[in-house]
Ligand binder design. Structure first.
Ligand code: BDP
Length: 329
């Protein structure tokens, strides 16, 4: 089996157009490489493909995208860094991957910060969203857009979860990000960080009992085949981030830059259309396959994470943004 690291380095060679086996496939100077952990037909990947097609059309093919979906080029934190250093161009990542490097993104990932998806959309579409996107520039990235990621809930292979009590002793997979780890700890789970691509096998082999994610991911990764209980905690509604290498961006003329930024912004509406359909279909597929779904006691979960939320709110910059977000509920 080829290790992730080998893949990453061969991928990086191909992208940088270096010598050797990969050189034959090296993209031209105006090909932007875009990575995502999701498969080709996932809304985030389709939205980025849409941007590439639009830009290629407007520039008569002078600028085009090459997509590397399904985590081919490694985990999300690695791809963020590869983009910062100009090895790849566009990284679509979940917010946990950038929470530490870009603290301004933390409020958006806090549990129960958004009342519903409409609230999240309103916030990222407005001044708060724009201000947070602008902070990516401080460390080598252009924040292109925020995409939908729905609400994350809990699923497991053992029993329905109603209250945090039901989480005791469960090994719950979390993404390797401080916010997610402390969120799940606060809920009383045994938070186990494992990479996204290993969750299915982890559930299947009982290395873990549970995980949390949105309907679309639960379905597209087929994790529902091995975790038969979905419990609606809806604890997190963090959007996805679409990031572009600043090094690469700076090689374009101001006209091209405007085009890239404009198409990325336009893709948000495209993505939301795809997302709404995907989310509804994924939910139906999972329920039709016999997964048992229940409402969890969200108030009890909200109480459980309150001390953890308060620790984040001790940072006055975070507290200020949280107040503004709440004002838009
Ligand atoms: C999905 C995100 C993906 C993350 C994944 C995870 O779209 O970027 O890698 O969750 O939990 O919802 O790791």
């Amino acid at each position: 089996m080829i290790s992730r690291r080998t893949l990453l380095s061969t991928g990086a060679v191909a992208i940088a157009g270096g010598a050797g086996v990969a050189a034959a496939n090296a993209p031209s100077a105006h090909t932007l490489t875009a990575v995502d952990v999701h498969p080709r037909d996932y809304p985030t990947v389709e939205a980025v493909r849409w941007i590439g097609d639009e830009i290629a059309r407007e520039t008569d093919g002078r600028i085009n995208f090459r997509l590397y979906p399904s985590g081919q080029l490694g985990n999300e934190t690695d791809t963020v860094n590869l983009a910062r250093f100009g090895v790849l161009d566009i990284a679509r990542v979940y917010l946990g991957a950038v929470n530490n490097m870009f603290p301004a993104t933390q409020p958006l990932a806090l549990p129960y910060i958004f009342h519903n998806e409409a609230h999240m959309r309103r916030v990222v579409d407005g001044d708060i969203g724009r201000e947070i996107l602008a902070t990516f520039e401080r460390r080598g990235l252009i924040g292109l857009a925020f995409y939908d990621s729905g609400m994350r809930s809990m699923y497991n292979a053992r029993h329905p979860i109603h209250t945090p009590e039901d989480m005791r002793g469960l090994k719950v997979r979390v993404p390797r990000a401080d916010i997610f780890m402390s969120m799940l700890d606060a809920m009383g789970a045994n938070a186990t960080p494992i990479p996204f691509g290993e969750v299915f096998t982890g559930l299947q082999t009982h290395l873990i009992d549970a995980a949390e994610n949105n309907w679309a991911t639960f379905q597209s990764t087929r994790q529902y085949e091995v975790a038969r209980y979905w419990s609606e905690t809806e604890h997190c509604c963090a959007p996805e981030a679409l990031l572009l290498s600043k090094q690469r961006f700076d090689t374009f003329s101001s006209r091209d830059k405007e085009l890239i930024l404009a198409k990325a912004q336009e893709s948000v509406a495209v993505m939301r259309g795809l997302w709404d359909t995907k989310q509804a279909n994924a939910r139906q597929t999972v329920l039709d396959a016999g997964v048992q779904a229940n409402q969890a006691d969200k108030e009890a979960f909200r109480r459980a994470v309150e001390p953890m939320r308060r620790r984040y709110l001790a940072d006055s910059a975070i507290a200020r943004v949280v107040r503004r977000i709440e004002a838009q509920a």
